[in-house]
Design a protein around this ligand. Sequence first.
Ligand code: NAD
Length: 270
Amino acid sequence: MTGGMDWLGLGGRTAVVTGGGGGIGRACLEGFLAAGCNTVSLEMGAARGKALAADFPAETEAGRFLALDCDVTSPESLERAGEAVAAAFGGADILVNNAGILRPGPLAGLPLGDWKAMLAVNLEGVLLASQVFARQMAARGGGALVHVASIAASQPQPFSGAYSPGKAAVAMLSRQLAFEMAAEGIRSNVVSPGLVVTPLSAAFYADPQVRAARERHVPAGRIGTPADMAEAVLFLASARAGYVTGQEIVVDGGLSQGLMAAVPRPGYTA
Ligand code: NAD
């Protein structure tokens, strides 16, 4: 990760990460702490918060760590988290909307409850958290929103219910936020991971043959790590991306560039 240097210009900033107890969220927390940020995890369930607090010291020379119990689908819960961040650090400079869920299944016959539950976390949660923390950023002269979408935002992910539609909507929501909030010095960008092994996706990698087959589809030759995603998140959150807004960085080892390579040609096999 970024080590102790402040090339990113993140030192002393306050970064809030939703879903901080998961694979990509945790890597983001590690990255922001290493970059000298006051770092806050918003995660559901006191037990997960305790586990995080045990792993990350509350005080380091660089910055402080705070684990808050927060459900991003609840405006009240987010307001309480916002108040806690304001009390501890005066407000947020960076928000990473990373919390997400996946409920696999075909669209035909998809229960409406599953559709709504996924959009509540993956889409509405992004709007609600952005509203709470962008208010703080505006009062502090600006800030950065980074939303973790997916290559499923631009490539239909079959048998995943509302996952692709929700992620596509996040990509557009980010661009709209970028436009509406630019005058307040707030940037909004997206990181779209490809294949990453995390608790969310672990079931897809339990079978070594499936894992190997997936790896063969990735030009970079390997499945992504949470740290690969966090690197892009930190860049977009940083002063180095100070003139970048309304954009998406796809972090997929080239996976999404493979469409034409999959089309047979005479005399050539991929
Ligand atoms: P993960 O399951 O490891 O982490 C997600 C975290 O979000 C969990 O800790 C979970 O408790 C938390 N969460 C869920 N609902 C919440 C709520 N209502 N309020 C607060 N927290 C909540 O998954 P991950 O793979 O690290 O996913 C992080 C993000 O990356 C998600 O948005 C996911 O859609 C996206 N993503 C993941 C992959 C992948 O292959 N793993 C690929 C593309 C995109």
